[in-house]
Design a protein around this ligand. Structure first.
Ligand code: HEM
Length: 392
């Protein structure tokens, strides 16, 4: 039986997490409030679908900075934001177009009411009502959503027209996700095609959202650490500036450095919510003592159910190792390889051109919404001293 909303289990035991995210993931659903938060701004896509629809998305594979010569303190935070957007734009959808996580966070007070609002109000009436509410964060979110939707819909339409007119021959010319999807599904019925267009717009907007602030937060942290540790810059510099995919992923020191920064400083809030859909037994790696003093080797949904959990076959619950930076299981991050590849490419190119040194101002790391970002005197900034590398 699901626990009442005011009674939640905070779980960090690796065997329990393995059960929740992988082994018994069908019993643990994302709470409806969270689904509504993800679907309302973008439409229905991979982030906001329930178990069955999510499996379809997974099966179908759905889906510069102004650095001058001479030492200079540059705020790298907006640079990495634009860079991450550009990179997902070029590879995910080609020419690109927002960031709404902090704004959504400001509206989190309304989260518990969202499933009901979604259930009882028709979308156009919902939007009519929302337009009447004079809350600045809500107005900002509506503008962000409208802009993202308009631009994404235009991109989908243009790409479709180019493919249909033969201007873009997908197999040879386009390697981005959007073009490939349009071409794979081009033989479908008119009804399905309309549904696909909506899905594509929603999924493209979601991928932009999921790929941008996460990667720019990770890049910001990486360059902050590099600025504090020049010896690491020198070690990475041993790799050539331009490498192909296989050579880039095979560099052991670069790989170890990126993974360790991601493990120590996860850019996304290291926590996910799940609700049990039926009674279950949660296995634990080590016994704990209950509030009544009873030792427990498992947690049962009902105290009087003395079920025995199956012995756990593995203790690994993340995408790799026990690192939860990209979560694990069916809803884990689809950009895990892509994001690490882009960060490695950025590192090689930037480190061959510049040296980065410790900032004068003290940089603090804060959560803005679900994402960690650098902050100086209450403002989102990453001032790092940058100098053009001397050519030997
Ligand atoms: C360092 C960079 C990144 C980090 C730390 C990260 C982290 C995460 C995390 C923790 C989740 C699970 C969220 C949850 O369940 O509440 C997630 C989901 C997701 N990520 Fe990433 N991500 C990164 C980059 C990317 C990139 C580059 C893309 C796109 C190419 C991407 C696409 C997605 C998508 C589509 C999901 C939803 C998957 C699903 O619900 O099935 N992410 N990411």
């Amino acid at each position: 039986m699901p626990l009442p909303k005011d009674r939640q289990l905070y779980v960090f035991d690796p065997v329990a997490l393995h059960s929740i995210l992988l082994k018994d993931q069908d019993l643990y659903e994302e709470p409806p409030e969270l689904m509504s938060v993800k679907s309302l701004p973008f439409g229905t896509g991979i982030l906001s679908t329930d178990r069955d629809e999510h499996a379809c998305f997974a099966r179908d594979g759905l889906i510069a900075p102004n650095l001058r010569t001479g030492p200079k303190a540059v705020d790298l935070f907006p640079v990495f934001g634009r860079l991450a957007l550009e990179l997902i734009g070029r590879t995910g959808i080609q020419p690109c177009a927002s960031c709404c996580d902090p704004t959504m966070h400001e509206l989190s007070l309304f989260m518990p009411f969202l499933p009901l609002i979604v259930k009882i109000l028709f979308p156009s009436f919902r939007r009519f009502m929302i337009n009447l509410v004079p809350l600045p964060p809500l107005r900002r979110l509506c503008n962000l959503v409208d802009t993202t939707h308009t631009e994404t819909a235009q991109l989908v339409a243009e790409r479709k027209a180019a493919i249909q007119s033969g201007e873009l021959y997908v197999k040879e010319d386009a390697k981005d996700i959007m073009s490939l999807l349009i071409s794979v599904k081009s033989n479908m019925s008119a009804g399905d095609a309309i549904h696909l267009a909506d899905e594509l717009v929603a999924s493209t907007a979601m991928i932009i959202f999921a790929a941008t602030d996460t990667t720019s937060g990770a890049l910001s942290r990486i360059f902050h650490i590099l600025a504090l540790h020049p010896e690491v810059q020198d070690k990475i510099l041993a790799a050539p500036e331009h490498l192909d995919h296989d050579a880039l992923v095979a560099l052991p020191y670069l790989d170890a450095f990126v993974r360790e920064v991601l493990r120590l400083f996860p850019p996304v809030s290291p926590g996910v919510s799940r609700e049990t859909s039926e009674d279950t037994v949660l296995p634990l790696s080590t016994s704990i003592v209950g509030v009544d003093g009873t030792p427990m080797s498992t947690i049962t949904a009902e105290r009087w159910m003395h079920g025995k959990a199956e012995a756990a076959t593995t203790k690994t619950c993340g995408i790799y190792g026990n690192m939860m930076t990209f979560i694990g299981g069916g809803r884990s991050c689809i950009g895990v390889q892509f994001s690490q590849l882009e960060m490695k490419a950025v590192l090689c190119v930037f480190l061959h051109a510049f040296t980065f040194s410790a900032p004068e101002s003290s940089i603090k790391w804060r959560m803005t919404g679900a994402i960690q970002g650098p902050n100086v005197d209450g403002q989102p900034r990453l001032p790092i001293r940058i100098e053009r590398r001397k050519v030997e």
